[in-house]
Design a protein around this ligand. Structure first.
Ligand code: XMP
Length: 500
């Protein structure tokens, strides 16, 4: 989140693990460092830390929360183990704004989440703010260009947090806000051309934003030496396969091979109800199908295919260990682990970008808006939104209900505010209803609208009642198999976004 906020301030940023040595960090020539962390105690056994030299390298540095405590301790301040926790919205009193809190009102609301407390600033630092539980909630040393804050400026619950980050970047560290992702396309096109030379590449399209954008980018670089493969597993939502086969090809002129694998996937899913069994079956069939397609493309006599293009984005990189310490919850597959006998060199030009940046690149490349603004959708598709066995009929029911939800959210102008809204068919549950004079015995569907910034955490989105009412009326009228519409009001954690 911090890295994203820094980019929103037009300064390029990357996340590195705290275990990286100071020498490695400094060899990347950072213009500033931000040290952050969760609510651990700096005194705990095995508590995460960073090399002392990080604080002595003369590079502008901002410590946030746990990083504030590390900074204070490293430079001779005092951190007290109070055993008390200060959590949630807190009022901070600004005692000396310095550069980093310049422009702040005398008090501001900040988001806190910590146990230990800094109670003496290191020598040379002035105390900028205090709260009821933190006598030294912000510190600054203009000469050494170092700042620490106990609260989290990166979260929306700290309304003036972005100002603080920008003050640090522009005024304390003296960085010009000149990074944009406009340069990304030209830079990547050149790089891809250099790398691929006159070779060929393939790319799996999922219908999602990331793979569409990466394919369009590589197509711009190497034209029809890129072949895209779209495995239609029959688990997409209404209209999405057509979007790939027709609209995407129209917008990009990409060379596309479509594999109709609907039967294959349905057969593989027959009798499976356990979520992990379903995921595994889909992963396995996907790899087989993709492998066959890749072999066919490679044996068309036009030349070897050496490169595989993947739409890996920055959060994937961080989640899969790029930022050690953040535990990963579910392993997501892109094209899945491809077998060893299919050896490709990977091209992943979106590796450094966040979702909103990927979208911006997509728009610039001229992709259809409906595709670029599509909500995130899981690789295993509707199969993990049918609780119970996946069958053709159930897929039809879910597709119909899902389409209504999408139409109504769009009509209410909510689709860009909502991160995603899975519609889940509880296919093994039936309930009694009444329709006209007839008794019905139908399925319930569950709506799961969430707001989120990165899918790591989420809150249930408060969809206005009248929109919910329209969705409910339409689904129960138009989808005869469904006679009940329910709303999931669980945040993540504890619930995940998807039900399986
Ligand atoms: P959860 O359910 O873990 O979902 O809260 C977080 C985000 O990831 C998406 N998701 C997946 N995406 N393959 C994917 O490509 C998967 O197997 C998968 N499972 C969940 C989910 O839609 C949400 O955006």
């Amino acid at each position: 989140m911090i890295a994203r906020r820094v980019r929103e301030a037009h300064v390029y940023s990357e996340i590195v693990p705290h275990t990286m040595s100071a020498a490695d960090m400094l060899s990347r020539d950072p213009v500033a460092l931000i040290v952050s962390g969760g609510p651990s105690s700096v005194y705990e056994e095995g508590a995460p830390t960073v090399d002392q030299e990080v604080f002595e390298a003369g590079v502008p540095l901002l410590g946030i929360c746990y990083g504030h405590q590390l900074l204070a301790r490293a430079l001779g301040g005092a951190v007290e183990k109070t055993g008390l926790r200060e959590y949630g919205r807190t009022e901070a009193e600004i005692v000396d704004p310095g550069a980093v809190l310049d422009g702040s009102p005398a008090t501001q609301t900040v988001w806190m989440s910590h146990g230990d407390t800094v109670n003496r600033a290191p020598e040379g630092f002035t105390v900028g703010a205090k709260t009821a539980g933190s006598p030294v909630a912000a510190i600054e040393d203009r000469d050494r260009r170092m700042v620490g804050v106990q609260w989290h400026p990166e979260v929306r619950h700290t309304p003036l947090g972005q100002d603080l980050l920008e003050n640090f970047l522009y005024r304390v560290a003296g960085i010009d806000p000149d990074w944009t992702n406009e340069g990304v396309i030209d830079e990547q096109v050149t790089r891809i051309r250099d790398r691929v030379g006159d070779g060929r590449a393939i790319c799996g399209l999922s219908g999602g934003v990331d793979s569409a954008v990466v394919a369009a980018l590589v197509q711009k670089a190497i034209g029809d030496r890129l072949t895209c493969i779209f495995v239609d597993h029959g688990l997409l939502r209404a209209g999405e396969a057509e979007q790939v086969e027709r609209d995407f090809v129209e917008a990009t002129g990409v060379r596309l091979v479509v594999r109709d694998a609907r039967r294959r996937f349905l057969d593989a899913l027959k009798g499976l109800v356990d979520p992990e069994d379903k995921r595994k079956a889909i992963g396995r069939e996907f790899i087989r199908e993709f492998e066959e397609a890749a072999r066919e493309v490679a044996s068309d006599g036009v030349g070897d295919v050496r490169f595989l293009v993947q739409g890996t984005v920055y959060p994937d990189v961080v989640e899969s260990g790029g930022g050690v310490g953040a535990a990963s919850i579910k392993s997501h597959h892109n094209v899945g682990g491809l077998p060893d006998d299919l050896q490709f060199d990977l091209i992943e030009p979106l590796r450094t970008l966040f979702k909103d940046e990927v979208r911006a690149v997509g728009i610039e490349l001229g992709l259809p808006e409906a595709m670029v603004w599509r909500h995130p959708f899981p690789g295993p598709g509707l199969a993990i939104r049918i609780i119970g066995e996946v069958t053709e009929e159930r897929l039809e029911v879910l597709r119909a209900a899902d389409l209504i939800v999408r139409e109504e959210l769009m009509a209410a102008d909510l689709d860009r505010e909502i991160w995603q809204c899975p519609v889940v068919l509880l296919a093994d549950v039936r309930s009694v209803g009444v329709q006209g004079d007839d008794r019905t015995y139908g399925y319930p569907v569950m709506l799961r609208p969430v707001s989120s910034e990165d899918a790591m955490t989420a809150d249930w989105y408060r969809v206005p009642h009248e929109v919910l009412a329209r969705i409910s009326t339409r689904i129960t009228n138009e989808v005869t198999e469904v006679n009940r519409v329910a709303l999931d009001v669980t945040s993540k954690p504890p619930g995940t976004i998807e039900w399986e």
